[in-house]
Design a protein around this ligand. Structure first.
Ligand code: COA
Length: 326
């Protein structure tokens, strides 16, 4: 029997501080009505100045370990999906390893932006499939609000902070049935945040002039997102030998309710088959899907034995989907 990574259980963390649409009305020329109609977002969570991705990742990871009765010493590998690390080095995964007290675990970050959690799950599934590792902690953690340009109304309404984590374990039953990951590097120019590179044209696009803030061509990303969510969902189902009728829930990346609605409509499935929490958290990049999956489990919408599609897209441009059996 082939070994697959089974999601034993998860945990998540979102900061207490809430940034509402009314707060944003005081910061940029926007309105609650516009934001809700164009994005579906009503509020998002913001980490304090002295809280970073690793801090949120550690809390989510501790909750995942506790919920699954797993000791930190049992973990072979810690994978952190993030595009907002505390530092260039050490990686967030190394910081988490130190704080959890898991010296035996290897640790690495995966940067695939909002598709990062699926990319990390795919990596975990490969390590488990070959028998190289037995237990892996897969985390999505983001501190996007520190990368947000709060002078740019096109983007500052979208993003929030948080982390979600799952313990995955080698299993002969259920688990990750198939994954599909991919990239369109040429489309990467549509969503950028600069590190060392001094690119005058890129810097000039930013309202704040700060090259580290995120700039996006929203309508280009939106078109890509709807197309790729549908395409990747179909691809991953085909790989798993399943159809949408076998799937009880879709947990999509939460970037814009119009993207989710557009994809659901094109796939020809009912709205209640998609899990949506965007109104409360906005876009938390790689943390969206693990947080949403944790909440779907809490709410009884995802149960043992259910087959679920996870699907996301993001900067890079990247995409990823997975069919899992809980
Ligand atoms: N409040 C009010 N007006 C706003 C606004 C805001 N916060 N942001 C933009 N506008 C204005 C624009 O300036 C534009 O005005 P104009 O017509 O006078 O030029 C108008 O609204 C329409 O802008 P447009 O960019 O076409 O809106 P949109 O319907 O594409 O929505 C996004 C913008 C960003 C919400 C949408 O494109 C989006 O969600 N894109 C994908 C985001 C995403 O997935 N990103 C992360 C990838 S993981």
């Amino acid at each position: 029997m082939a070994l697959r990574a089974k999601l034993l259980g998860g945990g998540y963390y979102v900061p207490d501080r809430v940034l509402t649409n009314a707060d944003l009305e005081k910061m940029v020329d926007t309105s609650d009505e516009w934001i809700v109609r164009r994005t579906g977002i009503r509020e998002r969570r913001i980490a304090d100045e002295d809280m970073y991705s690793s801090d949120m990742a550690v809390i989510a990871a501790r909750r995942a370990l506790e919920n699954t009765g797993t000791k930190a010493e049992e973990i072979d590998l810690i994978l952190v999906a993030t595009c907002t690390p505390d530092m260039f080095t050490p990686s967030v995964a190394c910081m988490v390893q130190a704080q959890l007290g898991a010296p035996q675990a290897a640790a690495l970050d995966v940067n695939s932006a909002c598709a990062g959690f699926i990319a990390a799950l795919t990596v975990a599934n490969q390590f488990i499939g070959t028998g190289y590792y037995k237990k892996i902690l897969v985390i999505g953690a983001e501190n996007l609000t520190k990368m947000t340009d709060y002078k740019d109304r096109n983007t500052c309404i979208l993003f929030g902070d948080g982390a979600g984590a799952f313990v995955v374990e080698a299993s002969e039953e259920g688990g990750i049935l198939a994954t599909d990951i991919g990239a369109d590097g040429a489309g990467g120019r549509n969503l950028t945040s600069l590190a060392f590179r001094n690119d005058e044209a890129e810097i000039a696009k930013r309202v704040s002039g700060n090259k580290q803030t995120l700039w996006m061509d929203g309508s280009e990303v939106l078109k890509f997102a709807v197309r790729i969510m549908v395409q990747s969902t179909r691809t991953v189902l085909e790989k798993a030998g399943l159809t949408l009728d076998d799937i009880s829930l879709i947990v999509p990346h939460q970037a814009n309710i119009r993207i989710i609605d557009g994809a659901v409509k094109r796939l020809g499935i009912s709205h209640d088959k998609a899990f949506v929490n965007i109104e409360k958290y906005g876009n938390i990049s790689s943390a969206c899907i693990p947080i949403a999956l944790c909440q779907a489990i809490e709410e009884g919408r995802a149960k043992k034995g259910d087959k679920i599609v996870l699907v996301g897209f993001g900067g890079g441009l990247t995409w990823g989907s997975a069919v899992i059996e809980l």
